[in-house]
Design a protein around this ligand. Structure first.
Ligand code: FES
Ligand SMILES: [Fe+2]
Length: 397
């Protein structure tokens, strides 16, 4: 990871990014949230799925992006291409399917049977001669779609300025090396949480809470030499972040070691490398990528639903099908162990949101080891500020 990020110790990072309190309103204010959606979420490539979910022509998955009221169908076409369409019939708007996933050779609208190919083109429509439009003008509305390391990204903007590789810069090549690039199966947990997307994402950008919230599971990252379990370095690359976790030379054995042994069992046959340097990407705007062992990784994505609600999806990737019950169990166990750790965070995150949304605080306080939150906030502010200036000039699209 060295070279990909500028790695700084906490105080050096604070020298760079500041130390004072930051405003609280961006963490609950609906007007700020509305501008974030325009300034960020409609202008970034967003991770939305994995190619192994749609392995064959005609396979599709459905996704709802609440922040943009965007119902999406991600489809592998007969030509093998992965495309994303709005799940909206071009006759009078009916959603084509309510199924979460499936396989179709074509998509027929249930209302009046307009029928579309897997490439989104209108193939047929009853009594079409009574309409006064061309079939070519009635294709499903499409959303820009690109694949990086097997991960599917979409961009809701009308004309994305750059590719998903451009968005991640030097980090993009790392995706090609990660297990997601080879994955043919995933295990996932998806959930909603009563918290602003930043309040929730920030929970995974600091270890300050480890000792208190994860007393049961956080043992490996805490030791006498580092009683708070702080990372040793924080990494910065443009809008993206990383951290280097401290390695406890004498970690306690249970129960976190159960999780690791399960992940080891769940992974591919290669030996588990104890000295594997864990990758921990916190990618702008809302993607968390953790590469735990040569064959084990997870992604955790946080999509806003409202100013105070977020839908998250955590997913582990596997390079083979579960060929045995014990392998299948190990994978589920690994996923459930991750879920257990997350469930420890949940109450604290929701309580933080309720408190901050009361409006009692004008500012919130960040310490040096919360510098990733500060960097994240500054990235958001920069984009919202630019967006507001463009709107004031009347030049935004
Ligand atoms: S709304 Fe789809 S065919 Fe009429
Ligand atoms: Fe946590």
């Amino acid at each position: 990871m060295s070279g990909l990020f500028e790695m700084l110790e906490a105080e050096e990072a604070a020298d760079r990014f500041g130390r004072g309190p930051i405003p609280a309103a961006p963490y609950y204010d609906p007007a700020w949230y509305a501008d974030e959606i325009e300034a960020i979420f409609k202008r970034q490539w967003l991770h939305i799925g994995h190619v192994c979910e749609i392995p064959e022509p005609g396979n599709f998955i459905r996704r709802e992006l609440d922040f943009a009221a965007a119902p999406l169908l991600i489809v592998r076409g007969k030509d093998g291409e992965v495309r994303t369409f709005y799940n909206v019939c071009t006759h009078r708007g009916t959603q084509l399917t309510q199924d979460d996933s499936g396989k179709r050779s074509q998509f027929s609208c249930p209302y009046h049977m307009w029928t579309y190919g897997t490439d989104g083109r209108l193939l047929s429509a009853p009594d079409f001669e009574k309409f006064h439009v061309a079939k070519e003008d009635c294709s499903l509305k499409q959303v820009a779609t690109q694949v990086l390391g097997g991960l599917i990204f979409i961009h809701l903007g009308p004309d994305p300025a750059g590719s998903v590789r451009d968005q991640f810069g030097a980090l993009a090549d790392e995706f090609d090396k990660m297990p997601c690039a080879q994955a043919i199966a995933t295990t996932e947990v998806s959930y909603e949480i009563e918290a602003n997307w930043k309040v929730h994402y920030d929970n995974f950008q600091e270890n300050y809470h480890l000792r208190f919230i994860h007393a049961r599971t956080g043992g490996p990252a805490i030791g006498p030499a580092n009683p708070m379990g702080y990372p040793t370095h924080y990494g910065f690359n443009g809008p993206h972040r990383s951290q280097t976790l401290w390695k406890n030379p004498d970690p306690p054995q249970l129960p976190a070691s159960m999780m690791l042994s399960s992940m080891r069992a769940a992974a591919l046959p290669q030996p588990f490398a104890r000295d594997f340097v864990k990758t921990d990407f916190k990618l702008f705007p809302c993607l968390h990528v953790v590469w735990l062992s040569p064959d084990t990784m997870f992604t955790h994505t946080h999509m806003p639903v409202s100013a105070t609600r977020t839908r998250s999806r955590i997913r582990m990737y596997w390079a083979s099908e579960s060929e045995s019950a014990s392998r299948a169990f190990a994978r589920e166990f690994a996923m459930m162990s991750l879920r257990d750790v997350l469930s420890e965070d949940r109450d604290a995150v929701e309580a933080a949101q309720r408190g901050i949304a009361s409006g009692v605080l004008e500012t919130i306080n960040l310490q040096d080891h919360e510098v990733l939150l500060r960097h994240s906030y500054q990235q958001v502010v920069a984009r919202v500020t630019d967006w507001r200036a463009a709107r004031a000039r009347g030049s935004h699209v």
